[in-house]
Ligand binder design. Structure first.
Ligand code: FMN
Length: 181
Protein backbone atom coordinates (compact mmCIF):
# COMPACT_ATOMS: atom_id res chain seq x y z
CA UNK A 1 0.00 0.00 0.00
CA UNK A 2 1.31 3.45 -0.94
CA UNK A 3 1.89 5.54 2.16
CA UNK A 4 2.67 9.07 1.01
CA UNK A 5 3.30 10.97 -2.20
CA UNK A 6 6.79 12.41 -1.95
CA UNK A 7 8.31 15.02 -4.25
CA UNK A 8 12.08 15.55 -4.17
CA UNK A 9 13.40 18.74 -5.73
CA UNK A 10 17.13 18.87 -6.30
CA UNK A 11 18.26 22.42 -7.06
CA UNK A 12 21.98 22.11 -7.77
CA UNK A 13 22.93 22.54 -11.42
CA UNK A 14 26.38 21.02 -10.91
CA UNK A 15 27.49 17.78 -12.55
CA UNK A 16 28.29 15.38 -9.69
CA UNK A 17 26.16 17.39 -7.29
CA UNK A 18 26.64 16.45 -3.65
CA UNK A 19 23.22 17.60 -2.50
CA UNK A 20 21.70 15.59 -5.36
CA UNK A 21 23.61 12.45 -4.30
CA UNK A 22 22.11 12.82 -0.82
CA UNK A 23 18.68 13.56 -2.27
CA UNK A 24 18.90 10.27 -4.21
CA UNK A 25 19.70 8.44 -0.95
CA UNK A 26 16.59 9.99 0.61
CA UNK A 27 14.71 8.82 -2.50
CA UNK A 28 15.92 5.24 -1.94
CA UNK A 29 14.79 5.33 1.69
CA UNK A 30 11.40 6.80 0.84
CA UNK A 31 10.77 4.19 -1.88
CA UNK A 32 11.91 1.41 0.45
CA UNK A 33 9.34 2.60 3.00
CA UNK A 34 6.55 2.16 0.44
CA UNK A 35 5.98 5.76 -0.58
CA UNK A 36 5.27 7.02 -4.09
CA UNK A 37 8.31 9.12 -4.92
CA UNK A 38 9.11 11.50 -7.77
CA UNK A 39 12.58 13.00 -8.17
CA UNK A 40 12.95 16.29 -9.98
CA UNK A 41 16.18 18.07 -10.78
CA UNK A 42 16.14 21.72 -11.79
CA UNK A 43 18.95 21.01 -14.28
CA UNK A 44 17.78 21.78 -17.83
CA UNK A 45 14.48 23.21 -16.60
CA UNK A 46 13.30 26.53 -17.94
CA UNK A 47 12.43 28.49 -14.79
CA UNK A 48 12.29 32.26 -15.01
CA UNK A 49 12.31 34.65 -12.08
CA UNK A 50 8.97 35.65 -10.52
CA UNK A 51 7.87 39.00 -12.01
CA UNK A 52 5.76 39.88 -8.97
CA UNK A 53 2.69 40.70 -11.12
CA UNK A 54 0.41 38.63 -8.82
CA UNK A 55 -1.72 37.62 -11.81
CA UNK A 56 -1.46 34.11 -10.35
CA UNK A 57 -3.73 35.15 -7.50
CA UNK A 58 -6.54 35.84 -9.99
CA UNK A 59 -5.78 33.20 -12.62
CA UNK A 60 -4.70 30.36 -10.32
CA UNK A 61 -1.60 29.86 -12.45
CA UNK A 62 1.48 31.72 -13.57
CA UNK A 63 1.40 33.74 -16.79
CA UNK A 64 5.02 32.91 -17.58
CA UNK A 65 5.30 30.22 -20.24
CA UNK A 66 7.97 27.96 -18.80
CA UNK A 67 8.25 24.70 -16.89
CA UNK A 68 6.90 25.96 -13.58
CA UNK A 69 3.14 25.44 -13.96
CA UNK A 70 3.69 21.68 -14.33
CA UNK A 71 6.05 21.62 -11.36
CA UNK A 72 3.72 23.72 -9.19
CA UNK A 73 0.98 21.17 -9.80
CA UNK A 74 3.26 18.41 -8.51
CA UNK A 75 4.15 20.47 -5.41
CA UNK A 76 0.48 21.05 -4.66
CA UNK A 77 -0.47 17.37 -4.93
CA UNK A 78 2.41 15.92 -2.88
CA UNK A 79 2.14 15.05 0.80
CA UNK A 80 5.85 15.50 1.48
CA UNK A 81 8.41 17.84 -0.09
CA UNK A 82 12.16 17.30 0.13
CA UNK A 83 14.30 20.19 -1.12
CA UNK A 84 18.02 19.70 -1.70
CA UNK A 85 20.37 22.64 -2.15
CA UNK A 86 24.04 23.51 -2.11
CA UNK A 87 24.80 26.32 0.31
CA UNK A 88 25.80 29.46 -1.59
CA UNK A 89 27.06 32.33 0.55
CA UNK A 90 25.51 30.75 3.60
CA UNK A 91 22.04 30.72 2.07
CA UNK A 92 20.03 28.42 -0.17
CA UNK A 93 20.93 28.42 -3.88
CA UNK A 94 19.32 31.06 -6.08
CA UNK A 95 17.75 28.26 -8.09
CA UNK A 96 15.84 26.98 -5.06
CA UNK A 97 14.81 30.48 -3.99
CA UNK A 98 13.50 31.18 -7.50
CA UNK A 99 11.60 27.88 -7.44
CA UNK A 100 9.97 28.78 -4.11
CA UNK A 101 9.06 32.28 -5.31
CA UNK A 102 7.50 30.82 -8.43
CA UNK A 103 5.24 28.59 -6.31
CA UNK A 104 3.24 31.74 -5.54
CA UNK A 105 0.13 30.46 -7.41
CA UNK A 106 -0.24 28.01 -4.49
CA UNK A 107 -0.48 30.83 -1.95
CA UNK A 108 -4.27 31.09 -2.18
CA UNK A 109 -4.98 27.39 -2.80
CA UNK A 110 -5.68 24.20 -0.91
CA UNK A 111 -2.42 22.26 -0.84
CA UNK A 112 -1.65 18.74 0.24
CA UNK A 113 1.93 19.17 1.37
CA UNK A 114 2.52 19.10 5.10
CA UNK A 115 5.99 17.85 5.93
CA UNK A 116 8.83 19.73 4.28
CA UNK A 117 12.48 18.63 4.55
CA UNK A 118 15.69 20.40 3.59
CA UNK A 119 18.97 18.73 2.63
CA UNK A 120 22.05 20.94 2.33
CA UNK A 121 25.70 20.38 1.43
CA UNK A 122 28.49 22.86 2.02
CA UNK A 123 32.24 23.13 2.43
CA UNK A 124 32.18 24.58 5.94
CA UNK A 125 32.24 21.95 8.67
CA UNK A 126 31.13 24.27 11.47
CA UNK A 127 27.76 23.18 12.76
CA UNK A 128 24.71 25.34 12.16
CA UNK A 129 25.98 26.93 8.95
CA UNK A 130 22.79 26.11 7.04
CA UNK A 131 20.66 28.12 9.46
CA UNK A 132 20.04 30.96 7.00
CA UNK A 133 18.87 28.52 4.32
CA UNK A 134 16.64 26.88 6.91
CA UNK A 135 15.25 30.26 7.95
CA UNK A 136 14.58 31.13 4.30
CA UNK A 137 12.65 27.93 3.76
CA UNK A 138 10.76 28.46 7.01
CA UNK A 139 9.67 31.85 5.67
CA UNK A 140 8.11 30.07 2.70
CA UNK A 141 6.55 27.37 4.88
CA UNK A 142 5.06 30.00 7.19
CA UNK A 143 2.88 31.16 4.29
CA UNK A 144 1.23 27.72 4.03
CA UNK A 145 -0.75 27.07 7.22
CA UNK A 146 -0.83 23.28 6.87
CA UNK A 147 2.93 22.94 6.31
CA UNK A 148 5.83 22.53 8.72
CA UNK A 149 9.57 22.04 8.52
CA UNK A 150 9.86 18.37 9.45
CA UNK A 151 13.63 18.05 9.22
CA UNK A 152 16.95 19.56 8.19
CA UNK A 153 19.90 17.45 7.07
CA UNK A 154 22.86 19.83 7.13
CA UNK A 155 25.99 18.20 5.67
CA UNK A 156 29.13 20.28 6.09
CA UNK A 157 32.66 19.32 4.97
CA UNK A 158 31.51 18.27 1.49
CA UNK A 159 32.85 20.30 -1.40
CA UNK A 160 34.27 18.60 -4.48
CA UNK A 161 31.86 17.10 -7.05
CA UNK A 162 30.69 13.59 -6.05
CA UNK A 163 32.46 13.91 -2.69
CA UNK A 164 29.19 13.10 -0.89
CA UNK A 165 29.48 9.48 -2.13
CA UNK A 166 32.41 9.03 0.28
CA UNK A 167 30.56 10.42 3.29
CA UNK A 168 28.94 7.27 4.64
CA UNK A 169 27.46 9.06 7.62
CA UNK A 170 25.73 11.69 5.45
CA UNK A 171 24.51 9.00 3.03
CA UNK A 172 23.00 7.00 5.90
CA UNK A 173 21.35 10.09 7.40
CA UNK A 174 19.83 10.97 4.01
CA UNK A 175 18.59 7.41 3.52
CA UNK A 176 17.07 7.43 7.02
CA UNK A 177 15.42 10.79 6.37
CA UNK A 178 13.65 9.26 3.38
CA UNK A 179 12.86 6.03 5.18
CA UNK A 180 11.23 7.80 8.11
CA UNK A 181 9.01 10.34 6.41
C1 FMN B 1 28.70 30.23 -5.62
C2 FMN B 1 29.10 29.31 -4.50
C3 FMN B 1 28.98 29.75 -3.20
C4 FMN B 1 29.33 28.90 -2.15
N1 FMN B 1 29.20 29.37 -0.88
C5 FMN B 1 29.55 28.56 0.16
C6 FMN B 1 29.43 29.03 1.49
O1 FMN B 1 28.99 30.14 1.76
N2 FMN B 1 29.83 28.21 2.49
C7 FMN B 1 30.33 26.95 2.25
O2 FMN B 1 30.67 26.27 3.19
N3 FMN B 1 30.40 26.46 0.99
C8 FMN B 1 30.04 27.24 -0.06
N4 FMN B 1 30.12 26.76 -1.36
C9 FMN B 1 30.51 25.34 -1.58
C10 FMN B 1 29.28 24.46 -1.85
O3 FMN B 1 28.25 24.67 -0.93
C11 FMN B 1 29.70 22.97 -1.78
O4 FMN B 1 30.68 22.70 -2.76
C12 FMN B 1 28.53 22.02 -1.95
O5 FMN B 1 28.94 20.69 -1.66
C13 FMN B 1 27.97 22.08 -3.37
O6 FMN B 1 26.84 21.24 -3.48
P1 FMN B 1 26.38 20.66 -4.90
O7 FMN B 1 27.50 19.76 -5.37
O8 FMN B 1 25.12 19.93 -4.63
O9 FMN B 1 26.20 21.82 -5.83
C14 FMN B 1 29.80 27.58 -2.42
C15 FMN B 1 29.91 27.15 -3.75
C16 FMN B 1 29.56 27.99 -4.78
C17 FMN B 1 29.66 27.51 -6.22
Amino acid sequence: MIKKTVLIISSSLRVGSNSEILAHEAEKGAIEAGNKVEFITLKDRNIQFCRGCLACQKLGKCVLQDDMNTLIDKVQKSDVLIFATPIYYYEMSGQLKTFLDRCNPLFSKENNFKDVYLITTLYDETSGKSERAKAGLEGWIECFAQARLAGLLDCGGINEPKEASEHKDALKKAYDLGKNI
